[in-house]
Design a protein around this ligand. Structure first.
Ligand SMILES: [Zn+2]
Length: 260
């Protein structure tokens, strides 16, 4: 089981080494901005590395919204990041499930997701798996709770779609971690990646505030149980830089008996 961390995008391989990580996740541009990724000078090194790469799409992307001025650029930016991530040999592009605005019909949001995959298919398809991630907050989210996730997967039925399960988001979003993997897999059929994070916010608080595994409001053994059940690679998106994340990775390796 490959375990790694979300790291700064400047030199992801150095960050991986600093954490003894077998996988890294990073952004290819400002996560709060709309700029397309620039070619990277270390592209050859990244492609050849013995570290699994995951790319996280910018947070501003919301392909579900009924607001054209956000939805259309979101679609294009997602494809641009997928293209760039594919060129680096990344194993997946993680993108949040998104939401519609208050008063808007969530059914249209799910259909907007379908249109996003149709748009990409028209351009030749996403060059790597796109992993939709569950989110913590909001009343109109496409992937906060499993009832919405089931409707999203219904809408995307024609397409190959991956799933990234974030333990902080699930807990803060109001889904119990106990047996969560089975309930998710009953909908998605797969979990491609686990974001193993503790949560500063309480159960169903709607707060997206990550904490180190031995902190926060989640029993860390429940996070370990999720990872074990998912059988998927793991990325910690926890605070404390190399020190904090190394401790989280070491904790998981110890609990999972994966040594090193
Ligand atoms: Zn996450």
């Amino acid at each position: 089981m490959r375990i790694g961390a979300h790291v700064d995008q400047t030199d992801p391989l150095a960050e991986a080494a600093a954490r003894s990580a077998e996988a890294v996740q990073f952004f290819l541009a400002d996560p709060q901005g709309w700029k397309a990724p620039k070619p990277r000078e270390d592209a050859d090194r990244l492609r050849a590395a013995d570290v699994d790469l995951y790319v996280h799409a910018p947070y501003v992307i919301n392909v579900a919204t009924l607001n054209n001025r956000i939805r259309i650029p979101s679609r294009k930016l997602l494809l641009a990041h997928a293209t760039a991530a594919g060129q680096l040999g990344a194993r997946g592009l993680i993108v949040h499930g998104g939401h519609v605005n208050t008063g808007d019909d969530l059914a249209v949001g799910f259909d907007n997701w379908r249109k996003t995959f149709a748009f990409a298919a028209d351009a030749g398809g996403f060059p790597l798996p796109v992993l939709i991630e569950n989110t913590a907050g909001g009343d109109n989210a496409c992937a906060r709770r499993l009832d919405a996730l089931a409707r999203l997967w219904d809408a995307l039925g024609d397409y190959e779609v991956g799933f990234c399960l974030d333990t902080c988001h699930a807990h803060a979003g109001g889904e119990e971690l106990l047996d969560l993997v089975d309930r998710v897999k009953a909908i998605t059929g797969r979990i491609d990646l686990v974001h193993a994070n503790n949560s500063k916010g309480g159960f169903n608080s709607g707060q997206d505030r990550h904490d180190n595994l031995d902190g926060g409001t989640i029993d860390p053994e429940l996070v370990v149980a999720v990872i074990r059940a998912a059988g998927a690679p793991v990325i910690v998106e926890t605070p404390g830089g190399a020190t904090g994340q190394s401790a989280d990775i070491a904790f998981l390796r110890d609990q999972l008996g994966t040594g090193a």
